[in-house]
Design a protein around this ligand. Structure first.
Ligand SMILES: *[C@@H]1O[C@H](CO)[C@@H](O)[C@H](O)[C@H]1NC(C)=O
Ligand SMILES: *[C@@H]1O[C@H](CO)[C@@H](O)[C@H](O)[C@H]1NC(C)=O
Ligand SMILES: *[C@@H]1O[C@H](CO)[C@@H](O)[C@H](O)[C@H]1NC(C)=O
Length: 445
């Protein structure tokens, strides 16, 4: 053919040319189709790869209904935030597969208490260890324990809260243990309030048992369940943390679920009502009202204090109880994260987070005028997507040893270690080191 063309055989060449140009059009057309197809395929397979077992979680509608799973109330806000990819907001992102697994194991960290040591308690699935939080608009680097310890030289960090707070601090000590093991320098008789010291970096960690932030008394009811043992004072702060406040360079408020307990409420040392005690003839006070008052009082103290540590309020830790096989049995047996939009969360939990966001914003404005730095560490939503991260029945030693059918006490509140709560620390350490959430988390709400 080429020879013919050279020979000046014009017609065949033109015909050939025409053929080839038609061919070219077809070629282009199919290439475009092919490329589009390939892109779609890549997109879909990429999507699937982030949820390797996606089928497992596409629940039937009936099941979804039974589980109270419907679009998140603030879903539109989350989507909007995701679209604004240029804004680095650590709380907006997705869980992506992480083949490397967690930064520590129950062997490298010997601090993990039994009730959080899911592996030791023979939890059989380990998929929950292989996810990593990826903020949409920024990278969350792996924790560099040495860099963190160096940045925190001569500093003190106080964690205020109760059991979830302990959960968080154990995760932190585990993450740092590769570089240095903390020395226990103080603990009370129940190991609830503790102090650790990192000698080679002179960093002190305080964990202060202040489940309500406000003053409370626990009265021994001698097993009489009709007696309420928690007595809360709405107008008095818990001196356990306020008396030591001047020592702290950083304060992390990490409280929560104790507010759901039955309690008798006082103001001015007078009983003004009760929370969840229908058998007593007292005015009922809702959980979120009590929490709001406790936060208002605490955050006001912080925002107007002469001493000005950097204060971080971690948002509510969602629980994932679902109905189990037995009547009144509440379980959390999922082994995969939820995808965006698949879960709405318990309305009571959402309400508590809303209280935090509102009260925090108000206090932070006052704090800013007083030169107090306050930030919100918004872990609520990313944690809500992790129903697979709780101990469930594996909060106790060999739960199924005796009787597989036995009704078990499931812990769907605390978090297995290692587990999703390690991510809270990754975010926290990033905030502490850089002092940067990469744009105000709360401003976007
Ligand atoms: C760690 O977990 C494994 C199970 O994965 C268990 O056999 C072992 O006893 C645990 N070790 C510690 C120190 O908790
Ligand atoms: C830590 O404190 C020691 C002793 O007070 C001092 O020599 C050192 O410079 C301090 N280091 C930093 C990073 O502040
Ligand atoms: C450790 O840090 C504290 C401040 O938190 C400082 O007063 C003390 O001098 C430091 N000690 C050493 C040995 O650097």
């Amino acid at each position: 053919m080429a020879d013919e063309a050279v020979a000046g055989d014009f017609e065949p060449l033109r015909a050939n040319d025409r053929r080839s140009s038609i061919g070219l059009i077809f070629f282009k057309f199919f290439s475009v189709l092919f490329l589009a197809g390939a892109l779609c395929y890549l997109f879909i397979s990429n999507f699937n790869s982030s949820t390797p077992d996606a089928k497992k979680f596409s629940l039937s509608f009936e099941k979804q209904d039974a589980l109270n799973i419907r679009p998140l109330i603030k879903e539109s806000t989350v989507k909007e935030k995701q679209l604004k990819k240029e804004v680095c907001d650590l709380s907006v992102g997705e869980w992506i597969p992480n083949h490397a697994g967690p930064a520590y194991t129950n062997e490298t960290c010997n601090q993990i208490p039994r009730y959080l040591n899911c592996l030791k308690n023979e939890r059989p699935d380990t998929g929950y260890l292989h996810w990593r939080w990826k903020p949409s608009a920024c990278d969350l680097p792996y924790i560099d324990p040495l860099k963190f310890l160096n940045a925190m030289r001569n500093k003190s960090i106080a964690f205020l809260g109760a059991s979830i707070c302990h959960n968080l601090v154990v995760s932190l000590t585990c993450l740092l243990s590769k570089v240095e093991k903390a020395r226990d320098i103080f603990h009370d008789s129940t190991f609830s309030t503790r102090t650790w010291h990192y000698s080679s970096h002179n960093l002190t960690l305080y964990v202060i048992w202040a489940p309500f932030l406000i003053h409370y008394e626990t009265i021994d009811n001698h097993g009489d369940k009709s007696q309420i043992d928690t007595h809360l004072h709405l107008d008095i702060l818990d001196s356990k943390w306020t008396s030591e406040y001047n020592k702290f360079d950083y304060v992390v408020i990490s409280g929560g679920p104790d507010f759901y307990r039955s309690s008798i409420i006082y103001e001015n040392n007078q009983v003004i009502g009760c929370h969840y005690c229908p058998h007593l003839k007292l005015r009922n006070l809702a959980t979120d009202k009590i929490y709001r008052r406790a936060l208002q009082l605490s955050l006001k103290f912080i925002a107007t204090s002469e001493h000005k540590p950097f204060v971080i309020l971690r948002t509510w830790s969602p629980s994932h109880y679902e109905d189990g096989e037995f009547p009144n049995e509440r379980v959390c047996s999922r082994t995969m994260p939820f995808r965006e939009g698949e879960i709405s969360g318990a309305p009571s939990d959402l309400k508590m987070r809303d209280v935090e966001v509102v009260e925090f914003e108000k206090a932070a404005t006052i704090g800013a005028r007083n030169g107090v730095r306050m930030e919100l560490l918004d872990t609520y939503h990313l944690s809500l997507l992790r129903p697979d991260g709780h101990p469930g029945p594996y909060g106790t030693c060999h739960p199924f040893d005796s009787d597989k059918k036995k009704k078990l006490q499931n812990d769907c509140l605390h978090w297995c270690l290692p587990g999703p709560i390690d991510t809270w620390n990754e975010l926290l350490l990033k905030m502490l080191i850089s002092g940067d959430t990469g744009g105000s988390v709360s401003a976007l709400l």
